[in-house]
Design a protein around this ligand. Structure first.
Ligand SMILES: NC(=O)c1ccc[n+]([C@@H]2O[C@H](COP(=O)([O-])OP(=O)(O)OC[C@H]3O[C@@H](n4cnc5c(N)ncnc54)[C@H](O)[C@@H]3O)[C@@H](O)[C@H]2O)c1
Length: 370
């Protein structure tokens, strides 16, 4: 198959959908890989590395879309790209259709085959192509929390791990899924006094088993949260209720009970946030203060570490890309149920229920296109 990897043109997006190592794998499987010149620069991959892996470089985005049977991307196509997409072209990328009606209509109109990373789903209902970004954001949340605890950034002025004779900082993590677990591991590694809260007792039992001694678990409920926020230095929001807005677990009135300079990091900001006072921020201006409490609410945290994020993402997407390229999208989706769940819009039909419902569009079951 002919595979195209364009440079991402969405504002501030420095990731690329394929590493040189990934390109080498696809070439080894007999495919032709075309990468837009300079596309890997934001992630620290030079054109020469792709050429060394057997890929060919093309100068413009038009060339890449023009030649490819399958486009592999990171972010959803933006308006400038709509006109470049051809009928029957496979687009394998994050789409998040339900949050963008014009994108949905454009992909219906151009009759492309849209395989969305975010809806590829394993039998245990986990989302393997979202996990890597949660891992990155979870680990990063502690790095950011530790930084903003410093006095010069407006924080309380404590070192996460303390030193001999001085107690470590206290970190509260609300939500013990992927983000929460990775955050806990990082905070524990730095020597902080960590508590993870979740509503799932099963999950808390598991975390209690695997975490080091400086990580404790606690049931998440309003009473406990109200009590815990008074004494903690960093509070990480990491809850997810699939398909719903995040609940406001830390309310505005709780802020006045916190220490001045407490740092709140709301990783769940992309689902509306789990703190009542959360407002989405950007890497350019990541924090704001309410009631002497510092808020960090960047909606695309992995964007700050594009090299790590690119490699983590492609580790997860590549096996599916190899299957699609080897068998064609139809056979790959017939054979691979998790991948089939990634089909959202195919040949002008909406085959993912959530997308059809979001915009009141006709829905066709995925079997009708296979
Ligand atoms: N800001 C970013 O850059 C970024 C990046 C990746 C993920 N995220 C977001 O981070 C959030 C967490 O993602 P995840 O992959 O860890 O999800 P996950 O499904 O792995 O974990 C969510 C956890 O929240 C728990 N939970 C639900 N309700 C709760 C409550 N009331 N109190 C405490 N815990 C509760 C669940 O039991 C689950 O264990 C999501 O909103 C995701 O979209 C943001």
């Amino acid at each position: 198959m002919i595979i195209g990897v364009p440079k991402e043109i969405k504002n501030n997006e420095n990731r690329i959908a394929l590493t040189p190592a990934g390109a080498a794998e696809l070439v080894k499987h007999g495919h032709e890989v075309y990468v837009q010149a300079g596309g890997g620069m934001g992630s620290g991959f030079q054109d020469e590395a792709y050429i060394g892996a057997g890929a060919k470089m093309l100068p413009t985005i038009e060339d890449v879309y023009g030649i490819a049977e399958m486009i592999i991307k990171v972010k959803e196509p933006i308006e400038e790209e709509y006109k470049l997409i051809k009928e029957g072209q496979i687009l394998y990328t994050y789409f998040h259709f339900a949050s963008c009606e014009p994108l949905t209509h454009a992909m219906i109109a151009n009759k492309s085959i849209c395989l969305a990373y975010e809806t590829v789903e394993l039998p245990d209902r986990s989302l393997p192509l979202l996990v890597p970004m949660s891992e990155v954001a979870g680990r990063m949340s502690i790095q950011e929390g530790a930084k903003y605890l410093e006095k010069t950034y407006g924080g309380y002025g404590v070192l996460l791990g303390g030193v001999a004779g001085v107690l470590p900082a206290k970190v509260l993590i609300i939500g013990g899924g992927i983000v929460g677990t990775e955050a806990a591991k990082m905070a524990a590694g730095l020597g902080a006094d960590v508590t993870i809260m979740d509503v799932s007792l099963k999950r808390l039992r598991y975390l209690d088993d695997i975490m080091p001694a400086n990580v404790k678990t606690m049931m998440s409920n309003e009473f406990n949260i109200r009590e815990m926020v008074k004494s903690h230095d960093v509070i990480i929001g990491a809850v997810l209720i699939p398909g719903a807005k995040a609940p406001h677990l830390v309310t505005r009135d709780m802020l006045s009970t916190m220490k001045p300079g407490t740092v709140l990091v709301d990783v769940a900001v992309d689902q509306g946030g789990c703190f009542e006072t959360t407002k989405a921020t950007t890497h350019a201006d990541p924090t704001y203060v309410i009631d002497h409490v510092l808020h960090y609410c960047v909606a695309n945290m992995p964007g700050a570490v594009p090299r790590t994020s690119t490699i983590a993402l492609t580790n997860a997407t590549l096996p599916y890309a190899i299957e699609i390229a080897g068998k064609g999208w139809k056979q790959a989706c017939i054979d691979n149920e998790p991948l089939r769940k990634g089909l959202n819009v195919v040949d002008g039909k909406v085959v993912y229920k959530g997308v059809a419902e979001a915009f009141d569009l006709p829905y066709e079951s995925v079997e009708t296109v296979l």
